[in-house]
Design a protein around this ligand. Structure first.
Ligand code: Z2T
Length: 795
């Protein structure tokens, strides 16, 4: 396709699809016209992929996820189709910068954080690998809330991505399922039949996901809740207009909004309804597809794999058993074994408060037949392996992790350390009973979005050095190592980073009115705000550094900008206090005439995928400072390393593997290990001991406690100071001293720009293993036992 072909297609869509004259088109019209022109290029590979998968009788992979954090889709599609240059030229002809058009697209925030973004990377990789697959989730009307700051405090506003038109989804009025709730179980001809009391309709919306080089496209199918009955005409006729639309409002509530908690389940009835709603619709859809091709249910495990992204879709176990046994007549034990053959479960956290449990009462009221089946599954499992401590039902609750474990043939963790800890802690008993079930699949990220799309400067440099094979085979980045002794290469590497940083500086100036120095080190921590992620450790270090610079303003300080981004769950009070503290510290430090040339703090509001794409390529240092044992993997850590930002981090999650890959000299390690953290906590007064041993820490905490950052309002941040000097569960104080030491090593390393660029480039060269293509190959080999439907040559 030439740029004039693309331009013609854009103009065609502008006129005939959008009904706009070029003379009156606004940016949104151009964005839609371009999207439609690009979408036309996706349709054939998409249809071809469907046809190939049917013809080849390939096994299909279904990725069930409550969240798909897809962000913007237009640039990604253009990049994967190899049309980036073409699109640039087309818009040069049309007199509008392509970037203006691309940034008009809403960011679809249908997820909270890492888990949802991982699902989006996996779906893209499965398309790039030409594996027949489908993502199943919920088409939330409102994604993750929009964050703003008022006097430093987080304010939430509803997100409304669907208010803006977009071109990616196809409504499927014919793909609908009736989903029931409540009611009772009756016996008919010796069989149990669930007779739900309430119901609603799940309707499909399909988004094609095009893979690298446009060879293959899979579908992301999101379910929207519709009422079975739009309108109560009797009520309307009798004048009760509000009540007349009640059934509609009630049904639509199910897909109305994404729950904004990343690691604390709300235990709300609506949440369980959402989980069952999308899981039941997805299973029935997949089973319908299977039954259109095969007539022997025993083939199901050979032809269908369901991957459960955490326990949110864990009701898939009992629901699939119900579909196979109650509705299709397979004997119960065969139904359980067949379901298990199809199901596998990925665990994403060990935090005890994050593990989903539902009261038996609620489960029985909403899903009475499922509760019976869960009891039956538990009984069968107990009979097979008589052990009391490994049941899904316990103390009047259904434990969804145990249920998913028992009903999956494989259970995986998301980094080597996390998988080991799963075996030793939450699933200790179940692991003893099923020693081959738990396996590791370390997370990965898609290089198309996170390097090629987000960092064109670096990508051009890489391709100039080693050719363009790296995009589809990221381990080829190791070929960069031979270029690292070439001063010209390192200069160009530095220039790419510098270009990305000046772009960011301009953007921050325009959007926040803050002036940043592009020569300063950009030290970045972007992720959900959580005590275990320890943004408060980072800001404490900033406070201590500020105090030290004030003591000694003429020393040779390495200029730094600490950049934060991230949302706190609306109900997580302490996380919100951390945000408030960071903003208050930023106000004081940035206004300090003595220190602000060496140290600034910026908290960018409304962190999302789009902002990550802007920030990561412009970063010098990646903050991955969670309490060891608490971060299951992390995926931001991988994006930073790939984009040439070395890590300062603990031995937690995938940091451990990143450090092994990039080399211990190219990673700033600090802090206690997971067993050391556990031992340290045994000391009741670990925080007090750490504070007594480090005057810098004591002084920084004093400034948090007094009114240094809350002029006229002493005590505003006392809660944080009290927590840290008191029980300090996440051992911030005990890791502070070593964190400070590592940060000063970072300062010294950054001061040597030649050495720093080499270290940064080594991070890029040695991070190719962290591609989500590699993760997907691991799942294909060890869990799904299938592979691509196309060979490397596209046949
Ligand atoms: C989430 O993003 C993660 C775990 C969760 O546990 C829930 C959510 Cl929303 C229920 C994250 C982990 O915290 C992170 O370490 C990991 O990299 C990511 O999932 C993907 O595995």
């Amino acid at each position: 396709m030439t740029s004039s072909d693309l331009r013609d297609s854009i103009l065609h869509h502008l006129k005939y699809s959008l009904g706009k004259d070029a003379a009156h088109a606004v940016t949104q019209d151009w964005r839609m016209a371009l999207s439609l022109a690009v979408r036309d290029r996706i349709t054939d590979p998409w249809f071809d992929a469907t046809r190939t998968a049917y013809a080849g009788q390939n096994k299909r992979v279904y990725y069930l996820s409550m969240e798909f954090l897809i962000g913007r889709l237009l640039q990604d599609a253009i990049v994967n189709l190899g049309l980036l240059e073409t699109a640039h030229e087309a818009f040069t002809d049309l007199g509008l910068p392509l970037d203006t058009v691309l940034s008009n697209e809403p960011d679809a925030a249908l997820g909270n954080g890492g888990l949802g973004r991982l699902a989006a990377c996996f779906i893209e990789s499965l398309s790039s690998l030409a594996v027949p697959a489908m993502g199943y989730g919920i088409r939330y009307e409102h994604g993750l809330f929009k964050q703003s700051f008022v006097q430093g405090r987080q304010i939430e506003a509803p997100e409304d991505w669907l208010q803006q038109t977009h071109a990616w989804e196809f409504e499927r009025p014919e793909s609908t399922y009736h989903i029931g709730f409540g009611g009772r179980v009756v016996q008919k001809d010796g069989r149990s039949v669930w007779e739900p009391e309430d119901g609603l309709i799940a309707q499909a919306y399909d988004t094609p996901v095009i893979g690298w080089k446009g060879r293959w496209a899979n579908t992301l199918r999101l379910w929207s809740a519709k009422p079975t009955q739009i309108f109560d005409l009797d009520r309307f006729n009798s004048g009760d207009y509000i009540a007349a639309s009640a059934p509609e409002t009630l049904a639509r509530t199910i897909s109305r909004v994404l729950y904004p908690d990343d690691t604390t389940p709300q235990g709300k009835e609506l949440r369980l309804k959402q989980e069952f709603f999308f899981t039941a619709a997805s299973l029935r859809d997949a089973l319908r597809r299977f039954e259109s091709e095969y007539d022997d249910l025993h083939l199901l495990p050979q032809k269908v794999a369901f991957q459960l992204n955490d326990t949110h879709p864990a009701i898939a176990g009992p629901e699939l058993v119900r579909l196979l046994h109650d509705e299709r007549g397979l004997p119960m034990d065969e139904a359980i074994a067949t379901a298990r053959g199809c199901l596998a479960y990925t665990n994403h956290t060990l935090l005890p408060e994050a593990l989903e449990r539902w009261p038996v009462e609620l489960m029985g009221r909403l899903l009475p037949r499922h509760l019976q089946i869960i009891e039956r599954i538990d009984a069968a499992h107990a009979a097979e392996k008589p052990d009391r401590r490994a049941n899904a039902l316990e103390d009047g609750e259904v434990k969804m992790g145990e249920l998913a474990f028992i009903m999956g043939h494989k259970v995986n963790g998301v980094s080597a350390l996390h998988t080991d800890l799963m075996k030793q802690t939450v699933f200790k008993e179940l692991h003893r009973l099923h020693p081959d079930r738990i396996i590791n699949q370390t997370n990965g990220v898609t290089p198309r979005r996170w390097v090629l799309g987000a960092n064109p400067r670096l990508s051009t440099l890489i391709t100039d050095a080693i050719g363009d094979g790296w995009v589809g085979d990221l381990e080829q980045l190791s070929g960069l190592e031979t270029h690292l002794d070439d001063a010209g290469f390192l200069d160009r590497f530095a220039a790419a980073k510098r270009g990305n940083k000046t772009d960011l500086v301009d953007w921050v100036q325009r959007n926040q009115g803050i002036a940043l120095d592009p020569d300063a080190m950009f030290d970045v921590q972007i992720k959900r705000i959580h005590e275990y992620k320890r943004q408060h450790l980072n800001i404490l270090e900033a406070i201590a550094l500020w105090q030290e610079i004030r003591d000694n303003p003429n020393a040779d300080w390495t200029p730094r900008v600490k950049i934060f981004g991230g949302k706190a769950a609306p109900g997580y009070v302490f996380a919100k206090e951390i945000i408030h503290l960071i903003n208050d510290v930023a106000a004081v430090l940035n206004a300090d005439p003595v220190t602000s040339k060496y140290l600034k703090v910026v908290f960018l509001p409304n962190y999302n995928v789009t902002l990550a794409e802007r920030l990561i390529p412009a970063s010098d240092l990646s903050e991955q400072i969670s309490t060891a044992g608490k971060e299951a993997s992390g995926t931001g850590n991988m994006k930073f390393a790939l984009n040439g930002a070395p890590t300062i981090g603990t031995l937690d999650g995938a940091n451990v593997e990143i450090r092994e890959h990039v080399g211990t000299d190219n990673f700033f390690l600090f802090g206690m290990t997971a067993p050391e953290v556990d031992a340290r906590r045994e000391l009741g007064d670990h925080a007090a001991q750490a504070i007594a041993a480090d005057p810098r820490l004591a002084r920084a905490l004093d400034a948090v406690r007094d009114d240094t950052f809350a002029p006229g309002d002493p005590g505003r941040h006392a809660g944080i100071a009290e927590n840290l000097s008191g029980h300090d569960y996440f051992v911030v104080c005990s890791d502070f001293t070593d964190y400070w030491r590592a940060q000063r090593e970072v300062d010294a390393a950054y001061a040597d720009q030649g050495g720093w660029m080499r270290m940064a480039a080594l991070n890029t060269a040695r991070s190719g293993w962290f591609s989500s293509d590699r993760s997907m190959r691991g799942y294909l080999a060890d869990i799904w036992r299938t592979g691509p439907a196309l060979g490397a040559d596209g046949e």
